[in-house]
Design a protein around this ligand. Sequence first.
Ligand code: ME8
Length: 518
Amino acid sequence: MTAKPFYVTTAISYPNGAPHIGHAYEMIATDAIARFKRLEGRDVFFLTGTDEHGIKMVQTAAAQGVPVRELADRNAGEFKRLAEALEISNDDFIRTTEPRHYASSQEIWRRMAASNNGDIYQSAYKGWYSVRDEAYFDESELTDGPDGKKLAPSGAPVEWVEEPSYFFRLSAYQDRLLKLYEDNPDFIAPRERRNEIIAFVKGGLQDLSISRTTFDWGIPVPGADGHVMYVWIDALTNYITGVGFPDDKSEQFKKYWPANLHVIGKDIIRFHTVYWPAFLMSAGIPVPHRVFAHGFLTVDGQKMSKSLGNVIDPFALVEEFGADPVRFFFLREVSFGSDGDYSRDKLVNRNNADLANNLGNLAQRSLSMINKNCDAQVPQPGELTAADTEVLKTAGDAIAAAATAMEAQAVHEASAEIISALSAANNYFAAQEPWALKKTDPARMATVLYVTAELVRRLTIPMLAFTPGSADKLLDALAVPEDKRFLAFADETGALAPGTPLPAPQPVFARFERSEKA
Ligand code: ME8
């Protein structure tokens, strides 16, 4: 039987600066989703990348006095490096300046231009544009800034633009979009976001300016000298380029498109749930199954900003704590879909409580006892007591609940389920007192140690999605073969074969000190 495909993407980031923890967060959460699907045996394709065109890139490069391509190359390299540092399991990394993406964007443009007697027409744009958001705004959406200058809803300044432009007939898609949301209640998640978008589309849609003529850093519009595509046209198209478009007859495209899930931040939901499906419908390409918008991260309760000097460098975090504690903090601490806050102390607390004390201690204590008292082999269990079967059932139930939570991208709930089962496992270990049984009832000690090793094995398998490097080390310590590191084997009785030699256990999770209070 061939595994069912699962195609998942992150947004592609603007490489106008180095990555920050918001970017890291999106990669980590999407990676946990991708890895969990692989643990379920799905054939996963996971795409991330960089969005390199647009006026923001041009202006940043000019301000730094470097060619824009150099800025793009430098920072795209940083985003790739971040994916590696965080142990992100992406199958490809797309840069929108690659030739494959030019071909793809020009082909979707041609198809949109050819559909419905022309969804693309030439006119002139006159209106407001926010470079920071790379978005057009209607006068009615703007507010007045302190200096009388107009501001976009994000707080970014806007500028007045007048230029010849091609337009996309978005206004013609209102009914089709509303039908899409109606027929596919899971298309937009979380629910509140869906309601916002439905209200927005019901309010009426204006045609969208989709080419620019005042700069040339973009993909040329086919057959229209002097026009480059509006950056969001080419940005969204990355999702189909990544699986082989324009070759839509290719095995890769047929297998993975439409995408199962686009993971994005809440600020760009309109682009993904209104523009993107409309472009695809116009080009006659199926629309993705689901768009999930996560929240925004703040630092110590404050918005991250260069002027506040509280921008957290994700590389520095990985350097100090390692990839897994950083990953785990975000996955467990932030309710996926809501805003979240980073603080060093919260990260340290999470790491110490859940990874070092809960999982780490249980593994280290039980494996050390096995090493010393059971000839460094998986012990031979006797008959299981009610306490043994109950705690094993708790672990099985937690894994099932985690899988259900992951289905809805409730990553924080899934990780919490596993940690709570690990607490139950720790309570079991403490209550059974295998160290006392050593003298009084060694056979029972062997059973308790076997059950505990089983609990560590079972609960570490789902942890492969959250803390992959450490979970692999724990499974190595239990001599679990690579091809048995899937959820299907988590509940299998007898997966740990008594008599299997085990290596001397090494602690996998470190404890960290909280910062000094002033
Ligand atoms: O929006 N917390 O790129 P980008 C959480 N190129 N997530 C955050 C965040 C924060 N503080 N700041 C940004 C773009 N993000 C476009 C996307 S997709 C076809 C094109 C998220 O570099 C943001 O919501 O500004 C987005 O999902 C991603 O990081 C890239 O943001």
